[in-house]
Design a protein around this ligand. Structure first.
Ligand SMILES: *[C@@H]1O[C@H](CO)[C@@H](O)[C@H](O)[C@H]1NC(C)=O
Ligand SMILES: *[C@@H]1O[C@H](CO)[C@@H](O)[C@H](O)[C@H]1NC(C)=O
Length: 454
């Protein structure tokens, strides 16, 4: 009885001190924050040491965080591998995730969560129609659910929406969704979980996409950027793989950067890249990465083979475990760049980068109410989808439309807590070129009219 009372007292005092993290347990992991171009766990630099985790893939869709028996089975493997993070591509927002999220927290493992599902996502071929209120309701419902867990490291607003030059036309919609999620977290006074995009492994517009997601007004810039990179194929090296050149190209980029998928499997995988990824030749610019992928899904990327309840370790499992074991993160802060800050918007250069207008679409009108009322219950995996539903955006957003008046960027309780949007290091909102704004509004009035007629 006494212990019950004591823990109740602790719970009450924690709740009082940390009003926005009611769900945080007193012994839970410290939420990850952003400072300059790096992640931090309290005062310690944090590097993502993780795997991508979606047994069944997108064809046999299963929510891996809704099945306590299987997630607990796999968490033992994550711990054995020496991981601190897993990425999950899709969750069912009608399911209960407490048990798996708490079991992960007990193992000090964070989750990077994609907020999309196959049926509720942007359609790169038709972004203006798929960016609608039905879609955003599903996204916000997932965000609301997972922002309460202290070990939700980050949200991916999109995954590989742009997969070549021409599809870069969809970039304003990806950026609008990122803006909307960030605004939703602040409007709903949820923890300001970092939000960013996971880009496909495309050399021809990787840098442009990174700059684009970090340009413009504070409200529309991401908190971090991630990309998939399969260019290091063992046996290789920092220079042979070209990773040295990528470090150079991203030097001075103002946001945390990490690999959302890596692990080329052209030859036998030895995960030689691990020793470079966590070395000071990369850590000034990179914050680790996620190996693709935990389970074998038929493309020979799996670390384990799952059949029924049995999990069998493949040779890659041992290679990764050994590579991580012999590679400690650098001591100190890994020479991160504490300045951070905005990029310039990349110039249009079709076909590789086909975005000529820096302004974003305004949030679809019926979705605005979610900012004040909350998202409510999501449709989950069994919902009927969103790509051709609801009401789309009909206007171009004005500068700063995604900011939340009266709410500070650093609304979370930790003193080192600030997002990539740290107010002090960001360009002021009005740095947005006003002329651009009025041209955009005029254009969007035309565009809006034509969309209404269609
Ligand atoms: C680095 O940037 C240069 C100049 O934009 C580009 O030509 C090159 O392909 C980039 N290298 C990598 C590895 O992305
Ligand atoms: C640190 O970041 C700032 C802002 O992005 C940039 O101007 C500066 O060059 C960076 N410094 C280094 C050493 O990369």
């Amino acid at each position: 009885m006494q212990t019950v009372l004591a823990s109740l007292a602790v719970a009450v005092s924690v709740a009082a001190a940390v009003p926005q993290q009611l769900a945080a347990r007193d012994d839970g992991p410290t939420p990850i924050t952003v400072k300059g171009n790096a992640f931090f766990q309290g005062d310690e630099r944090f590097y993502v040491r993780g795997v991508d985790y979606q047994p069944g893939g997108s064809s046999k869709l299963v929510d891996p965080l809704a099945e306590p028996t299987t997630c607990k089975r796999d968490i033992k493997k994550f711990t054995d591998l020496g991981l601190n993070t897993v990425r999950v591509y899709s969750v069912d927002n009608t399911a209960d995730h407490d048990e798996c999220m708490n079991a992960l927290a007990d193992a000090n493992i964070y989750v990077v969560l994609d907020v999309n599902t196959p049926k509720y996502s942007l359609n790169r071929a038709d972004p203006e129609v798929s960016y609608n209120d039905v879609y955003l309701q599903n996204v916000f419902s997932t965000v609301e659910m997972f922002a309460q867990y202290p070990n939700t490291l980050a949200f991916f607003s999109g995954n590989e929406v742009i997969n070549d030059g021409p599809s870069s036309k969809a970039a304003p919609y990806v950026k609008a969704v990122t803006r909307d999620i960030r605004q939703f977290l602040r409007s709903r006074k949820l923890r300001t979980v970092p939000v960013g995009y996971s880009a496909a492994d495309i050399d021809t517009n990787r840098l442009q996409m990174a700059e684009y997601m970090n340009c413009g007004t504070d409200d529309e810039r991401s908190d971090f950027f991630a990309f998939n990179d399969y260019s290091w194929c063992d046996p290789s090296s920092f220079t042979i793989s070209g990773w040295d050149e990528k470090v150079k190209n991203f030097t001075g980029y103002g946001l945390p950067l990490f690999l959302s998928e890596y692990g080329c499997n052209t030859n036998k995988r030895q995960f030689q890249e691990v020793s470079s990824l966590y070395d000071t030749k990369m850590t000034p610019v990179y914050s680790g990465g996620l190996v693709y992928e935990y389970s074998e899904e038929g493309s020979n990327y799996g670390l384990v083979k799952i059949s029924g309840d049995d999990v069998t370790e493949k040779p890659d499992y041992t290679e990764l475990k050994n590579a991580l074991k012999k590679t400690a993160p650098p001591k100190g802060d890994g020479n991160y760049n504490s300045t951070g800050g905005a990029s310039g918007c990349p110039a249009s250069s079709p076909p590789n980068w086909d975005v000529s207008e820096d302004a974003l679409p305004e949030i679809p009108a019926p979705a605005k109410k979610f900012m004040t009322e909350g998202a409510g219950k999501g449709p989950g995996f069994l919902g009927s989808g969103s790509q051709n539903k609801g009401t789309q955006s009909t206007a171009t957003a004005s500068a700063g439309s995604g900011s939340v008046s009266g709410s500070s960027e650093t609304s979370s309780s930790s003193p080192s807590s600030s997002t990539g949007a740290a107010a002090s290091v960001r360009a002021p909102e009005m740095s947005f070129v006003p002329l651009m704004g009025s041209v955009a509004v005029a254009l969007s009035t035309l565009l809006g009219a034509s969309l209404v007629l269609l």
